[in-house]
Design a protein around this ligand. Sequence first.
Ligand code: SF4
Ligand code: SF4
Length: 417
Amino acid sequence: MQTNLADFIRDTPAGREADAILRSCVHCGFCTATCPTFQLLGDELDSPRGRIYLIKQMLEGEPVSETTQLHLDRCLGCRSCETTCPSGVKYHRLLEIGREVVEQRVPRSLAARATRFLLCEALPRNWIFRPAVRVGQLMRPLLPRVLADKVPTAAPGGARPWPRPAGHRRRMVALAGCVQPTLTPNTNAATARVLDRLGVDLVEVPGAACCGALRYHLHAQEKALDDMRQVIDAWWPEVESGRVEAFVMTASGCGEHVRAYGELLQHDPAYAAKAARIAQMTRDASEILAGERERLVELLRVAGGGSDQRVAFHSPCTLQHAQKIRGVVESLLAAAGFQLSPVAEPHLCCGSAGTYSISQPVLATQLRDNKLAAMNAGGPAFLVTANIGCQTHLQSGSALPVRHWIELIDERLGMAS
Ligand code: SF4
Ligand code: SF4
């Protein structure tokens, strides 16, 4: 695609990056076929190709309006289009650059700014988020349906303790995360129990909480970079000690973001090298278990094998499209004796997408209900996923429990106390 970027951005790092991305798009439109918002709305401007065109116009100096903002806001950032694109267009980076320009040019309403402020300040802080959730849960019966649906329910399966430190020779570090310790505290504990059986100590390091993805996607870039630096400061002594083998992500949304630390902090001389090193040591929990598959399968065999229980797995966009981890969780669940119930159009987003379910509730609910219908079609006993955002969003519309896949492996190993 030919480009002629305007003076305000042409010779900046963002401008050069955007220019290269725009030029790589051949406008073929293959990506529209797998875009969830185009599928729902049928408007070219709600497709990847349409949004690329809107961003191009904006970066070439054409006026930016609320229409541009609307169509970019409706994008889930799911990256399904990147999986489909035959030309390797880095759509997500172009979207980030485009959104930043829109934020500077098109003012948002007071209500929208207040909501963003609240999300930015409350969600990453456990001491605000945890009591707010508890109050919401107590008040749920009194709330109107639309608000009650937004209050997360207690995690199915409850929370079980971490294993006692066994002093294994191998050590890995898990990210605690921001909302996960409140909403699904069993996820990291289950991971620790499974890894303990595999001869690995899993620990959380105090000070490493929110990975920064939340504020980054709410256009609070500087605050997000501070969150990332805080995680790096907390983890760096572990790297220096040489004891830690990997940083383990149990939420694929965080995994995608921590894996991008090197890129996101590349212009910060104090943190660039550390960020790149940590990104390189980051693994999704499924990759860790796949690396231990032989031993895991043996443990599962000794534990008594499976019961052929049917489960439907939703692979989060951050796992399948961003981290390109496909089929790994499914294969681990199958190894644990679960029968995977087929899910139609598995590439489609469930509508969670960070804070999308709050900023675009109508589209998010449609996507959630479509995903639940696809997951329930095969009559599963459980719904399973790999990211806290998807888990709570799907649970808000599901009568069946929505679990993290690692909990199923943990329970199948027969270690839960
Ligand atoms: S992003 Fe890729 S698939 Fe979509 S129009 Fe451009 S080249 Fe084609
Ligand atoms: S990121 Fe997802 S919603 Fe956005 S344009 Fe690409 S496929 Fe569509």
